[in-house]
Design a protein around this ligand. Sequence first.
Ligand code: FAD
Ligand code: N01
Length: 559
Amino acid sequence: MSGQDLDAVIVGAGFSGLYMLHKLRGLGFSARVIEAADDVGGTWYWNRYPGARCDIESCDYSYSFDEDLQQEWQWSERYASQPEILRYLQHVAERFDLRRDITFETRVERAQWDEAAQLWTVSTDSDEQLTARFCIMGTGCLSSFNTPDIPGLADFAGDTYTTGQWPHEGVDFTGKKVVMIGTGSSSIQSTPIIAQQAERLTILQRTPNYVVPGHNYPMPDDEANKVKQSYAELRDAAQESAVGSGRALPRTPHLATSLDEQTFLSDMERRWAVGGLVGFVGAYADLNMDPAAANRVGEFFADKIRARVSDPEVAEKLIPHDHYVTTKRLCVDTGYYESFNRDNVDLVDLRTTPIETIVADGVRVGDTLIEADALVLATGFDAMTGSLNRIDIRGTKGMSLADKWNEGASSLLGLMSHGFPNLFTITGPGSPSVLTNMVTSIEQHVDYIAGVMVYLRDQDGVQIEAEQDVEDAWMAHNNTVAQTTTYMSANSWYIGANIPGKPRVFLPYIGGYHAYRAICQDIAQNGYCGFLIDGAARPCEVNFDAHVESFTPEELMVA
Ligand code: FAD
Ligand code: N01
């Protein structure tokens, strides 16, 4: 261990980095977190726009690793708001005394593998250099904001806000004419609140999304207590679930396409009444595979929009038309559609009339100037690879990770990429991550990475990296599983379609959290086969397909 500052440098102090630090400390490793923000929280530090909250129930979207923590923390709502989740993560930092090993307001700019010393040198924007045996990226899947390349954006004379970097002091839109660009989850959450404040709110929509109701409510004490008593079962259920959620509604034991109209509608109404994301994504075995099933469910969503929006023309504009339900991330709302029934809210369909340019006093759409005092960019993220590629990561022989991923991200299990020894990516591309309850996936990755480090230490090993052949096999498996779904047909951020020039590769692993976890366990039980330990390869018989639920077209017909 001589010549190195630390066992591990961890980048990022969100859910991932905080738990990684705590875990490594408990195992006797020395570690330091480097974080660009001035406090912990990650997503929940940066995304302070009005209405921001999680859309997986908080009892589910929270750490499970410490029983006392989950017993002492009481969520005040079914879906906690951003300030409450931030308070929770601040509480975690204090409770486990994490801040003393976090360097804030410091951005990692470069990470370089030194082959001779077998160490990472991590360089920051404060000219600090740290050496460590391991470098662990907890940089987030949705942490590099996408500022759109719209002509004239810099000429706008009013205030421009981005949802992913919202001012800490908040924004009062009272008496303002506001133009919002984007209609993804961030816009759908903030629209109802901005609409209540602003003199006029104009939403510029390029693609309407599928939206389910959240049915949020303040958490009564008796429900909170019941959750606390049943945490063990809830967390176990999350481990067995395809989406890493203990609250996922069970799959209907029939195909969406095989149900008669009345049974289908009553099943969908039951799901609608519960609300939330995880009741819909796995509702039917054919939903994410058969366009006919997706269309049937999509039509149900369309009717809900028609029922909620009073102007039929506006309602039709809000109905998704170019992608199947779930192929872009489902959004969860509280009063989104009702906002369009207000006199001060307008919807502009950019597919009919695109933005020409932004000017000092507004946005020119076709020949019309939409006047604005404030512009809200709710334009999403360079997802999954953005924050990694923004760091100059250099592996063996000076190879750059961004160059290696030029044609699309490649990894083994979303954890490691060949040529980058001892570099781990928490919820990296090639892992279930954004298709799941992220906290479940984060905890699984942190525990797994810690397990690898302990294994290596016990073997007196120094270096571990993905074996190229096994990485290729994993990527081929990822691609095969994704190809069996409807997801590949959508221009989603899952596939990099929202960022001009980004290679089109399906980024998260879509075989299901439970299947993925079982594959990881098989690999661990086989001495981490698939990973080269100190250069030595071992045979790897692990069958990636073994745990993945799959249906042939014939099986789908008869299921
Ligand atoms: P992050 O929380 O993104 O933290 C990464 C940290 O790394 C950031 O603080 C960033 O500043 C830091 N960082 C990045 N690069 C560098 C660098 N070079 N140097 C130093 N620091 C760096 N997921 C769900 O499962 N359920 C939800 O309901 C949900 N809601 C969401 C709502 C919003 C508005 C958004 C944007 C995402 C949501 N997500 C949700 C996804 C969410 O990102 C994850 O659930 C989770 O918070 C990710 O934690 P993380 O620690 O991995 O990454
Ligand atoms: O971003 P998005 P987001 N001109 O990418 C549009 C999580 N999250 O921040 O679809 C015009 O979904 C773009 O249009 P199109 C969640 O995982 C969760 O809202 O590309 N429009 C789209 O409408 C989520 O999926 C919550 O045609 C442009 C919008 O901007 C992820 O984070 C809340 C444009 C971007 O939508 C990202 O959500 C918030 C341009 N040049 C976030 N460029 C919860 O509810 C982009 N758009 C828990």
